[in-house]
Design a protein around this ligand. Structure first.
Ligand code: B12
Length: 222
């Protein structure tokens, strides 16, 4: 079992787009769960690449190809994800903060919420604060969820809170944040309602958010 996860890690790290789908299928056949394949295979490779990118061992093209591999892995495991009860739990508008094109984590959160009974409207990458607000209003969303992997983009989470406050709309939506540089301290500082560290913990965070009012307390799931 460990061996197949290691091979998946290497395939993502090396950008082996042809190999990754077959290896992921093999892992599913061996009985590994989508969660294990994502977290102990693909994500480990992306974390290694992040470190190697910092140390100038790999460069942007390698990150891009690995990102595509990870997407192929996620597409392969998604039909095998088991959801909880399918009752309507709330409507979520999700996207990557302005300037941010890292969508792998955001896609995982969107998929997990959707297979667990939330209605999810995915706005994609590089989403402006106005677009978050306009869509959330049009969709009558319960939760606005923002992902940021870039320290330069995380500011837009704060901007969203300020805009909603200034426009007298803060009471309409719960705001959830996540992504690499985000942590509970930052979430508390900018006054959002929810933080989750992983896509899996985002499910229970979002479920708990539905039980509180906006701006009531910070819900953290690690
Ligand atoms: C793959 C990758 C890319 C790919 C992205 C492909 C894609 N389609 O996403 C490409 C090549 C495009 C890319 C580009 C760049 N990247 Co890049 N990239 C990465 C890398 C290696 C992996 C990111 C990833 O997908 N991780 C795996 C996913 C599953 O994890 P995750 O996103 O953190 O998501 C999980 C949680 O955070 C959480 N979560 C995420 N979002 C949300 C939202 C909510 C609401 C909740 C509750 C939870 C949640 O759940 C997820 C699943 O568990 C990281 C390094 C790293 N280890 O993070 C660098 C990294 C993020 N990149 C970095 C940089 C600098 C860049 C570039 C600026 C490089 C450049 N010079 O051009 C550009 C910026 C492009 C842009 N404008 O966005 C830096 C960011 C530094 C910083 N602190 O700002 C990092 C950290 C690398 C590094 N060590 O320097 N990158």
């Amino acid at each position: 079992m460990g061996d197949i996860l290691k091979r998946i890690e290497e395939a993502v790290y090396n950008g082996d787009e042809d190999g990754i789908v077959a290896l992921t299928g093999e892992a599913l056949n061996e009985g590994l769960s989508p969660q294990e394949i994502i977290d102990q295979g693909g994500v480990v490779a992306l974390d290694r690449l992040g470190v190697d990118f910092d140390n100038l061992v790999v460069f942007l093209p390698e990150l891009m190809i690995a990102g595509d591999c990870m997407k192929a892995l996620i597409e392969t495991v998604t039909p095998h994800m088991k959801g909880g009860e399918k009752i309507y739990k709330g409507k979520v508008v999700i996207g990557c903060a302005k300037g941010d094109l890292h969508d792998i984590g955001k896609n995982l959160v969107a998929t997990q919420l959707s297979v667990n009974g939330f209605q999810v409207k995915d706005l994609g990458v590089d989403v402006s604060t106005s677009k978050f607000i306009d869509t959330a209003e049009a969709e009558q969303a319960d939760i606005i969820a923002i992902s940021s992997l870039l320290t330069t983009s995380q500011y837009y989470m704060e901007e969203l809170v300020k805009r909603l406050d200034n426009e007298g709309k803060r009471g309409k939506f719960r705001i959830a944040v996540g992504g690499g540089p985000i942590n509970p301290e930052y979430a508390k500082k900018i006054g959002v309602d929810g933080y989750a560290r992983t896509a899996h913990s985002a499910i229970s965070m979002a479920q708990r958010l539905m039980k509180i009012k906006p701006a009531e307390e910070l819900i953290v799931e690690l």
